[in-house]
Design a protein around this ligand. Structure first.
Ligand code: NAD
Length: 280
C-alpha cells in the first residue's frame, strides 16, 4: 500500500486562519513576547517566523533581544517585566540558551498563565494530571494532525519514540489523555524495531535522520515524523525513511511540510488560549 501524506502545511494554514478569526472577534489584541538571547542563526530564523505568523493572525508580537553574554539575572529581570506587563499574554524564551543561563530557572520564572510553550512545571503537572492547560506546541500540533487524519485514538496502541521534555514526554501524556495505550521508547530501548512494529500510531521524535525504516512500520499504521535533520548534502529529512515507511503505513507526515508548520500555528493558538484564560 502507499500511505496518504498528511499535509501539515494545509492543516497549519487552516489553524492559523481559525486563530485569526478568533482574534478578530476579541475586544482586545492578544500580546506575545518572544525573548531571544544571543545570535544563534537557527533561533533567529524561528523567532522571525513566529513574529510574522503572529502579526498575520492579529496578535501583537514583540521580540526582546539580549546579547549572547547576558547574565541569568538579566534574563530573569526581563521575564519578570513581561510577567507584570498586562499587554503580554504569552511569553516564549527561545531555546537553546547560552551556557551561563540555566534553562530550567528561566522556564520556572515565567508566569504559568503566560507560558505558551507549556514547559513550566505547573503546566507540565496539569498535562500529566489530564487537566486543561497550556500544552507544548509540537505535541499539540501532532494531536491536531491525528485529528485531521481522522485517527480515532481511543484504545489504539501508540508508541512514542523519544522521551524529551519538549516532545516525547508531553506527546505520551496527550496520547494517554486521549485513551491510547502508550509505550515510550528511547535510546536504551531493546529491540526498537519490534516495539515500533507493534504500534498502530507511531510518533517519532528521536533526532536521528531516517532511523525508522520501512520494516519497522506495521501495515495500516499512522506514522508521525517529528524529526528535522539536515544531511551533509543540505537535504532536510525526518527521523523516518519516508518512502519506505509509506509503503506500509496508511498515513504518514512528510518532512518538511508535516509537523513543522504545526508548531508555530499551535503557538498562536496557545497565545489566544492564554489571553482568554487571563482576561476572560
Ligand atoms: P532530544 O535530543 O531532546 O530527544 C531525543 C530523544 O530520542 C531522546 O529521548 C533519546 O532517548 C531518543 N533517541 C535518540 N537516539 C535514539 C536512538 N538511536 N534510538 C532510540 N531513541 C533515541 O530531541 P527533541 O527535542 O525531542 O527533538 C527530536 C526531533 O524532533 C529532532 O529532530 C528535532 O529537530 C525535532 N523537533 C521538531 C520540532 C518541529 O517543530 N517539528 C519541534 C521540536 C523538535
Amino acid at each position: 500500500m502507499t500511505a496518504i501524506l498528511i499535509d501539515g502545511k494545509q492543516v497549519a494554514a487552516a489553524l492559523r486562519a481559525e486563530v485569526a478569526s478568533r482574534v478578530a472577534a476579541l475586544t482586545f489584541t492578544p500580546g506575545l513576547a518572544v525573548v531571544l538571547v544571543g545570535d544563534n542563526p537557527a533561533s533567529a530564523v524561528y523567532v522571525r517566523s513566529k513574529d510574522r505568523a503572529a502579526a498575520a493572525a492579529g496578535i501583537a508580537a514583540r521580540t526582546i533581544r539580549l546579547p549572547a553574554d547576558a547574565t541569568e539575572a538579566a534574563l530573569l529581570a526581563t521575564v519578570a517585566g513581561l510577567n507584570a506587563d498586562p499587554a503580554v499574554d504569552g511569553i516564549l524564551v527561545q531555546l537553546p540558551l547560552p551556557p551561563q543561563i540555566r534553562p530550567q530557572a528561566v522556564i520556572e520564572a515565567i508566569d504559568p498563565a503566560k507560558d505558551v510553550d507549556g514547559f513550566h512545571p505547573v503546566n507540565v503537572g496539569h498535562l500529566h494530571d489530564g487537566r486543561p492547560t497550556l500544552v507544548p506546541c509540537t505535541p499539540l500540533g501532532v494531536m491536531r494532525l491525528l485529528a485531521h487524519a481522522g485517527v480515532s485514538i481511543r484504545g489504539t496502541r501508540a508508541l512514542v519514540l523519544g522521551r524529551s521534555a519538549i516532545v516525547g514526554k508531553p506527546m505520551a501524556a496527550l496520547l494517554i489523555n486521549a485513551d491510547a495505550t502508550v509505550t515510550v521508547a528511547h535510546s536504551r530501548t531493546r529491540d526498537l524495531a519490534a516495539e515500533c512494529r507493534r504500534a498502530e500510531v507511531l510518533v517519532v521524535a528521536a533526532g536521528r535522520a531516517e532511523m525508522v525504516r520501512g520494516d519497522w512500520v506495521s501495515n495500516d499504521s499512522v506514522v508521525i515524523d517529528v524529526g528535522i535533520n539536515r544531511l551533509p548534502d543540505g537535504r532536510l529529512v525526518g527521523d523516518c525513511a519516508t518512502a519506505e515507511c509509506a509503503a506500509h503505513a496508511a498515513a504518514i507526515t512528510p518532512v518538511p511540510g508535516g509537523v513543522g508548520p504545526m508548531t508555530i500555528a499551535c503557538l498562536l493558538d496557545n497565545t489566544v488560549t492564554a489571553a482568554l484564560g487571563r482576561r476572560a
